[in-house]
Write a protein of this length. Sequence first.
Length: 75
Amino acid sequence: MYSRLAITRRGGAVRPVSWQFALGADFAERRADVAAQVESIDELTAAVGSAPLLIGKSLGSLAAPVAAARGLPAV
């Protein structure tokens, strides 16, 4: 919530992602699901012409390998 507010106050756009996991999914499955959802970041980068800032909290931090592989800034 606070990161969204900070971004929008500075004229940035926010694209929230929410997680939907099957009951009983283990850590590896969750990590793979998060990475798969964040893979569309390449399309976003192409659409806006600049690299996005990836902000992850809790399960969103599982997207860190995707950000690192693409050299994207992340928090």
